[in-house]
Design a protein around this ligand. Structure first.
Ligand code: C5P
Length: 403
């Protein structure tokens, strides 16, 4: 998603500057062209040599701003060049300057001499963050459509305080950059309410044993993140997902469930409040007729389990949805994928279905990448070749928008 994209990374003087080195390295490895600008105080924390080595390009400081040998003002060159400007860490001082439109450093001049989206990622001590002046600058910045934000997280700070002020983690910053580059900074899903299901349900037999499937929830989470970065209001109903995958998500409402019955209740109860419903969860097809609340001893385990069919949630949603709602399903297939997916779309009254092979390498359950065929109810198809799940999620959202 970042190949040949031009990113200016503006670092101001905070200890979180060391974490931005990881972001620069990942941007370079993802194929982006990176130019790093350091304020004077940023250079007290990390050196121009560090960022020049990681970005494979000379670093920029205020000395370049005043350099009389430049053929063209460097702030104009970099401002016109950039597809996106990342401000990380954004200190209280640089935030104040940016919110006022001051231009007394190379970095603040580049911002004013450009029109691309800006991703603002602050980091500071909790008391500094909570000052009325800082909060008012932060709110002011958000009124400007150019600015996109990753608010600080809570946790242990380098000043030994526990509280709000930690900079977002590199993975979250990279995903936000990828999303902003894809949507060119347009929050094109603002005012769209989306209900997403994710993960694999567990149908318990007793307290510890269950019938399940290998869904990791990564595809559903990628859709939730991509849509949130594009301004949508997200509600995520998810079966058990590894805790680390749920860290540092953009703002969204979450309903954790375990069984298909819990997922069914949660989804059917709230479905009518949403514009789009995306059924990405791998919901079980069968469950044990009898549920034992305790753990059965080995000696008590039955020799066979009588199963019952699980009601299809997507089909129920499909038959009660309003004409203005869009319902999207997934079809995980082995072998031929499009014909069975189309049959599911019709049976469940979906508006579109995303069909994916689970027998290809690096696709489907648990993988970081995927490849899909989107099919709508008119039979139109779009094939999305192998890509990271966040990129696939953005293409899926583009496809749903056109329905
Ligand atoms: O029929 P199949 O399970 O392959 O269909 C997959 C689609 O149906 C997915 O969108 C899945 O979330 C949904 N589904 C459901 N309820 C079930 C089984 C599947 O909503 N009991």
């Amino acid at each position: 998603m970042l190949k040949d994209k031009k990113v200016v990374v503006g670092i101001s003087g905070g200890i979180a500057a060391y974490k931005v080195c990881e972001v620069i390295s990942r941007l370079f490895k993802a194929g982006a062209e990176v130019r790093v600008v350091l304020t004077d105080s940023a250079q007290r924390f990390i050196t121009p040599l560090t960022v020049a080595t990681l970005s494979r390009h000379a670093a920029y400081t205020d000395e370049d701003f005043w350099d009389s040998h430049q053929p063209r003002p460097v702030h104009i060159d970099l401002g016109e060049w950039s597809d996106l400007i990342l401000l990380a860490p954004l200190t209280a001082n640089t935030l104040a300057k940016v919110s006022l439109g001051l231009a007394d450093t190379l970095l603040t001049n580049i911002i004013l001499a450009s029109n691309c989206p800006v991703l603002a990622v602050p980091a500071m001590n909790t008391d500094m963050w909570q000052q009325l002046s800082v909060q008012s600058n932060w709110r002011k910045l958000q009124k400007d459509e150019r600015y996109h934000i990753l608010s600080p997280n809570s946790g242990l700070l380098a000043c030994d305080r526990r509280g709000k002020g930690r900079m977002s983690e590199p993975t979250e910053i990279i995903e936000a950059i990828e999303s902003l580059i894809h949507s060119r900074g347009q929050e094109d899903l603002r005012n769209t309410k989306i209900l997403i299901s994710a993960g694999g349900t567990r149908e318990h037999i007793d307290a510890v044993r269950f019938i399940g499937n290998p869904s990791s929830g990564k595809m559903g989470l990628a859709i939730a993140k991509a849509a949130a970065y594009r301004g949508a209001e997200i509600t995520l109903v998810h079966a058990p997902i590894e805790a680390r995958l749920l860290e540092d998500l953009p703002e969204m409402e979450r309903f954790p469930v375990v069984s298909s019955a819990e997922m069914e209740r949660s989804l059917l109860d709230q479905a009518d409040q949403f514009d789009w419903i995306i059924m990405c969860a791998a919901v079980g097809d069968v469950r044990s007729k009898i549920l034992h609340n305790n753990k059965l001893s080995k000696a008590d385990l039955p020799e066979s389990i009588e199963l019952e069919t699980i009601p299809d949630i997507a089909a129920q949603l499909g038959h009660k949805k309003r004409a203005d709602q869009k319902l999207i399903g997934f079809a995980a297939q082995t072998g031929e994928i499009t014909a069975p997916a189309l049959a599911k779309l019709q049976r469940k009254n979906l508006d579109a279905i995303a069909a994916n092979s689970i027998d290809l390498p690096d696709s489907g359950f648990g993988s970081e990448t995927n490849q899909l065929v989107f099919i709508d109810k008119e039979g139109r198809q779009a094939t999305i070749p192998m890509a990271p799940k966040l990129a696939i999620a953005h293409h899926l959202l583009d496809f749903i928008k056109q329905l």
